[in-house]
Unconditional design. Structure first.
Length: 278
């Protein structure tokens, strides 16, 4: 029999998760402009919570709903490439549709590099995680994952197509990199029988795989480059036994849970981005 996991009161948990994950209006974009010589280029970062600071525990302003901070991979890339001016439009909770409506207006014809990481919120991936955490039955978790995958393959392609077209229209000369999402778990790893079951962990990994396949296809359709983080992150997922690059569930810090941590941004996403941009 599968051990019963400790549960927090459902109402308080759902309220906390909703506060973390509901879409918010983007705050003014952070911008750094190089001094001295004219900028070699202009980098604009678009996206959701994976493109900002949840998981790093370090924020510009902990009360800012966008939850931006200095240890995210776009900030780290900008810090390494100081000849570029930098605009951070990404905001925690953003959907791909909101990237189009609220963040793409930050682009301009002078943009030379754009990263965009969005799509997980469009298919309700946070709700799927929430359901898998709370349910006692693997079947309920798997059913939620299946619904998210159906949304990813049925609805998300059209949304991404519109968002990517808007990016290209606003930044016609920019190199655009679509950034994917890591898997969360090592199946059969060192987590044992506590917490989520391997059935649930496998289902969540499959959702990440489907989401990434949709992102990759739509990136190719738009003529953009896809950054797949899974090869780098897989040895460092939860239960891997190695240094973990994604945060696990933390009841007292729900807004940090299931996001890249400092190492994930620094050692996972940043080198992958540098491999593409040089």
């Amino acid at each position: 029999m599968r051990p019963i996991r400790a549960r927090r009161p459902l109402t308080s948990l759902l309220t906390a998760m909703a506060a973390v994950c509901l879409a918010v209006t983007a705050a003014p974009a952070a911008q750094a402009v190089p001094t001295g010589a004219e900028a070699a280029g202009k980098y604009i970062a678009l996206g959701d919570s994976y493109a900002v600071a949840p998981g790093t525990r370090t924020y510009d302003d902990p009360n800012d709903a966008c939850r931006r901070g200095p240890l995210s991979y776009p900030r780290l890339w900008a810090a390494q490439h100081t000849s570029y001016s930098f605009v951070e439009a990404s905001c925690s909770g953003a959907t791909a549709a909101e990237v189009k409506s609220r963040q793409v207006p930050r682009l301009g014809a002078d943009a030379t590099l754009v990263t965009v990481q969005a799509g997980g919120n469009d298919v309700g991936f946070v709700s799927v995680l929430q359901n898998c955490i709370l349910t006692l039955d693997d079947k309920d978790c798997v059913a939620g994952v299946d619904a998210a995958k159906a949304a990813a393959t049925g609805v998300l392609p059209g949304t991404l197509s519109g968002t990517y077209a808007a990016i290209r229209g606003a930044a016609p000369s920019a190199k655009v990199i679509v950034v994917g999402y890591p898997r969360l778990y090592k199946i059969g790893g060192n987590c044992g029988i506590f917490g989520l079951s391997d059935t649930e962990r496998g289902a969540l990994n499959s959702a990440a795989d489907v989401l990434n396949s949709v992102l990759a296809q739509q990136a190719a359709n738009a003529g953009f480059t896809f950054l797949d983080p899974r090869p780098a992150f897989d040895p460092h997922t939860i239960c891997s036994g190695n240094t973990t690059w994604v945060t696990s569930l933390e009841w007292d810090k729900l807004n940090e849970s299931y996001h890249p941590n400092q190492a994930g941004h620094r050692d996972g996403y940043l080198p992958a981005l540098n491999a593409i941009t040089g």
